[in-house]
Design a protein. Structure first.
Length: 263
């Protein structure tokens, strides 16, 4: 009788995971891989351990705000990465793209309107929360409205804009999944830095706290957008391409942002 140990090989590389894992197994592996990878970045450790003055934190967060707007859309009428992804998947002839498209459309609605009514907040819930944080860090409304993307932020926006617009739709799904699972880890580091170096209240930190609910939002979104396309090896390869590109661009972006804390 063949032993289990003879038929199941331990997975040590992404290539092996793509070949061996299907369905929920692959999604669970991908979630864990993404979170572990982001937490292993020296950029994340540097953010957590940074001891900058509030002026430097403000400059850092201004750039992160611009990048967040590029994801959700809204600045100067841009559709954002989500808008690009929705347009991409809307053109896909594959019926499996429909389920992923629904997740993206729901996410876009959450980013713009919030999951529940918030007193005093405008239509763009996500933007209002970022502005509240920036004001708490000492930014004026004029500084916020006139802020411009630095080189590394422009690169981030350009690279991911191209991926979400022009990638295969399975790559787009993979990139979105990596984004969803990376954000709680990244924003956790931002929270640690701000709390350690400022007196900003949790009420003003809501935009970061709101995005660290891993079990409530990010894991669910990731699983649902991938659940129809994680049984075929070729689809999994495309998903993986989107994941790796998203993570590479994000790490480079965080490396650029750190310059605000060092200068």
């Amino acid at each position: 009788m063949e032993q289990i140990s003879d038929t199941i090989r331990p997975v040590t590389t992404p290539e092996e995971a793509i070949e061996q894992f299907v369905g929920e197994q692959f999604i669970e592996w991908l979630l864990n891989y993404t979170a572990t990878t982001v937490n292993s970045w020296p950029e994340i450790a540097a953010i957590r351990q940074a001891q900058p003055k509030i002026e430097k934190i403000r400059k850092f967060i201004l750039q992160r705000y611009i990048a967040a707007e590029a994801f959700a859309g809204g600045r100067e009428g841009e559709p954002g990465f989500l808008g690009f992804a929705i347009a991409n998947l809307s053109e896909a002839s594959d019926p499996e793209a429909e389920a992923a498209l629904e997740i993206l459309e729901k996410k876009q609605s959450e980013e713009l309107e919030g999951q529940s009514a918030k007193p005093g907040l405008g239509q763009n819930h996500h933007k209002e929360l970022w502005v509240r944080l920036l004001r708490a860090l000492g930014a004026s409304d004029e500084e916020i409205s006139r802020s411009e993307a630095k080189e590394w932020t422009r690169n981030y926006i350009a690279e991911l804009g191209d991926l979400y617009s022009n990638g295969e739709w399975q790559e787009v799904a993979g990139a979105f999944a990596a984004h969803e699972r990376s954000i709680p880890e990244e924003y956790g580091a931002l929270l640690a830095m701000i709390r350690a170096n400022t007196q900003v209240s949790d009420a003003d930190l809501e935009v970061l706290i709101w995005h660290t609910g891993v079990d409530l939002k990010y894991v669910v979104n990731t699983g649902h957008i991938l659940e129809k396309i994680v049984f075929d090896v070729e689809n999994k390869k495309l998903i993986w391409q989107g994941v790796t590109r998203e993570l590479q661009v994000r790490q480079e972006f965080l490396g650029g942002l750190l310059k605000h804390l060092e200068t």
